[in-house]
Design a protein around this ligand. Structure first.
Ligand code: CU
Length: 152
């Protein structure tokens, strides 16, 4: 909502100024440039596991996280948390020049029916899939079950 209003206002301002075309630095051209940081998996205590990471997009083109696969689970889902309840979603937006945070209490990957119990210190391979970018392999270091980098 807010963004649309801002863009409209911006376009109007540019039109009024009557100078440069939108061409050179307009969003929507080119490829998203994605980078993954801060990835981890809390050591699972049941038959499901969560995956957390931040995807940073340094390009002017947005992308979407559309899925993930892993040797740990045949069903890796994308979840969002609303009103402290999580539910599966088809994809999550990775804004242009912005980031998508998968963090505790919010959006996350959920590995259903895990095939083994990864232990702290091990790594879990996951392949992320995107709407525009090619697939990306990420290793999630397994941390303590209560690990939460957002809390200090
Ligand atoms: Cu979940």
């Amino acid at each position: 909502m807010t963004r649309r209003t801002t863009l409209t206002t911006l376009s109007a301002a540019i039109a009024l100024a009557g100078s440069m075309a939108l061409g050179g630095c307009s969003a929507g051209d080119g490829e998203p440039e994605l980078e993954v940081g801060g990835a981890f998996m809390p050591q699972p205590v049941g038959d499901m596991a969560g995956g957390f990471l931040t995807i940073t997009n340094s390009a002017g083109t947005a992308d979407r996280l559309t899925g993930a696969t892993s040797p740990l689970s045949d069903d890796v889902q994308i979840h969002e948390t609303k009103d402290q309840k999580m539910r599966q979603v088809k994809s999550l937006d990775i804004p242009a020049n912005g980031e998508l945070k998968l963090e505790r209490g919010g959006n996350h990957l959920m590995f259903m029916g895990i095939k083994k119990q990864p232990k702290q210190g091990e790594k879990v391979r996951v392949e992320l899939r995107f709407e525009k970018s090619g697939p990306m392999e990420v290793d999630l270091p397994v941390e303590a079950a209560t690990h939460n980098p957002a809390k200090h």
